[in-house]
Ligand binder design. Structure first.
Ligand code: XMP
Length: 517
């Protein structure tokens, strides 16, 4: 059977800075077509080399007629590759090909009703009027030569245009957002029918290709990987294990601030079940010694980050002739683009406590660097990782150290671990674990008065936190059922020695953060 190259069919997204650019790429990949995001000013030669079957120009916050407006190399319009412009992307096409873009008196934000003005391959399978999501101040006022309007809304006579002869289309609305009900059909029509991509990008073929690539890169070399038990490092480990077997060694560091039973579970799953070379390093003592007396959250993070590097390197040196360091880096971490250099990038950087690669002078193996998180989960499922791992909620690198507010001591960790285990057990039993972005307990460093039996108590407070989020950047608290909250509180107060009060955190992010420290 002939093996197809999963990268044979590619779509290129040129980014003009829209907050939705990543979504465009994800929607294309949902059509099983490989897709990459690059900055709007990617050189023509690089575009040619990339050899996409289609190009999508994203939206963006600028005006095409401004003196600092971002512009794509005009040569893309002569490559004979189908082009789809979305929002700013459409206006850019109009601007470059001789149409006219201007400030719109009637700005459109939110839902609009789109009518079709002609039969167009983009519209196949739609039922007009279609509900579409608009977000623009400018609009196309005059069509470039050879173009026809193919869609209109009340406020935009040219809400979509096309020049099938030139293979260029433009949409003023955003087909990539879920509010545009049948937007995925429009993108599918572009990718499938217009660009002729049949759909080679499946996670099954990704696994086959990646295993072959890993073997080609590593040869008979040795690879080490820091396994945290989280989704990314777990899937990377399994993929590498499949490709390399015993050439891979995973190092799992117990930093003393893990959750209840976590260290045991990781050893059980990867060491015993998957039979990986797993080195378990119990460094909890050294971490806790360094954390003694420290209350500043950023200091805690630094201590844990640095100590992790030290312990990891120490362990790695015990393995002879290591040539490669594997990491579970994902595509959103490597996208080089305008929209991802904003404040969000800065916020995230303080969370990256790793810092291993610069230190270790080993060649990197990053088998997941082309994948979005959802795709990583799918790969994990294909590889036989159970739902407990694949659907795991995110857990911060500094672990419980930033959930024991104030000083981290063994006794406080013990209390938090027990409370957290109760919370998670009840959330799972209620069937809510996979519906929630993160749910956890926090130990508050105050004591409160209570009564138990005939006695007055003066003990600790546990806060419960459950939030929903798309990407961790914004979040809302989960409306957990009262009965469930009651059961969790009751069990914690009864079962966890040292706690006499439980509260529920109902702050959203912003202005709160997900973690308390
Ligand atoms: P915040 O608390 O900033 O958290 O709203 C956003 C997301 O990041 C996680 N988080 C961390 N992850 N190291 C990590 O690896 C950290 O120091 C860290 N601090 C917060 C948090 O759990 C949430 O998912």
């Amino acid at each position: 059977m002939q093996q197809h190259d999963i990268h044979e069919e590619k779509i290129l997204v040129l980014d003009f800075g829209s907050q939705y650019t990543q979504l465009i790429a994800r929607r294309v990949r949902e059509q099983k077509v490989y897709c990459e995001i690059h900055p709007f000013n990617l050189e023509l030669e690089k575009i040619r080399q990339f050899a996409p079957r289609g190009i999508i120009l994203s939206g963006g916050p600028s005006s095409t007629y401004g003196s600092l407006a971002p512009h794509v190399d005009a040569g893309v319009f002569s490559l004979n590759i189908p082009i789809l412009g979305i929002c700013y992307g459409m206006q850019e096409i109009a601007e470059q090909l001789g149409g006219e873009v201007g400030y719109s008196e009637q700005r459109e934000f939110g839902m609009a009703s789109l009518n079709s003005l002609s039969d167009d391959p983009l519209w196949a399978g739609l039922n007009f009027p279609e509900r579409v999501w608009m977000s623009h101040g400018d609009k196309v006022l005059k069509l470039p030569d050879g173009f026809a309007a193919i869609g209109a809304t009340e406020n935009a006579a040219i809400a979509a245009f096309a020049s099938p002869g030139k293979k260029v289309w433009g949409l003023q609305f955003h087909p990539e957002v879920v509010h545009t009900e049948h937007g995925y059909k429009v993108l599918k029509n572009f990718v499938d029918t217009i660009c002729g991509c049949g759909g080679l990008w499946t996670m099954h073929s990704f696994i086959e290709t990646t295993i072959a690539n890993i073997r080609a890169q590593v040869g008979s070399g040795k690879v080490i990987l820091g396994l945290s038990g989280g989704v990314d490092s777990s899937v990377a480990a399994l993929l590498l294990h499949k490709a390399l077997g015993s050439q891979l060694t995973c190092i799992f560091v117990n930093n003393g601030v893990l959750r209840h039973d976590e260290a045991e579970q990781v050893q059980e799953m990867y060491g015993r079940h998957f039979q990986m070379n797993l080195r378990y390093v119990d460094a909890s003592r050294s971490f806790l010694d360094l954390l003694a007396g420290v209350t500043d959250p950023e200091k805690k993070r630094k201590i844990i980050g640095n100590e992790f590097i030290r312990v990891f390197e120490d362990e790695a040196h015990k393995i002879e002739d290591v040539d490669f360091l594997a990491q579970g880096t994902l595509y959103p971490d490597v996208i080089e683009s305008v929209s991802f250099k904003g404040p969000s990038a800065v916020i995230k950087s303080h969370h990256n406590v790793g810092g291993l690669p610069e230190h270790m002078k080993l060649e990197l193996v990053e088998p997941l660097r082309e994948l979005f998180k959802d795709e990583v989960r799918e790969v994990g499922r294909e590889l036989g990782l159970p739902s407990e791992v694949v659907d795991r909620q995110p857990f911060p690198g500094p672990g419980l150290a930033i959930r024991v507010l104030g000083e981290v001591t063994e006794n406080r960790l013990k209390i938090l671990r027990q409370a957290d285990a109760v919370l998670l057990e009840e959330i799972r039993a209620a069937g809510l674990y996979n519906e929630i972005w993160q749910s956890f307990a926090v130990l508050i460093p105050v004591k409160t008065v209570g009564v138990m039996g005939d006695e007055r108590t003066y003990e600790k407070v546990i806060a419960l936190r459950a939030v929903n989020s798309r990407d961790g950047m914004t979040a809302d608290w989960v409306r957990l059922p009262y009965d469930l909250l009651g059961r969790i509180a009751n069990r914690i107060i009864n079962e966890v020695r040292g706690v006499n009060r439980v509260v529920y955190d109902i702050s959203s992010k912003p202005p709160g953060t997900i973690e308390w420290e």
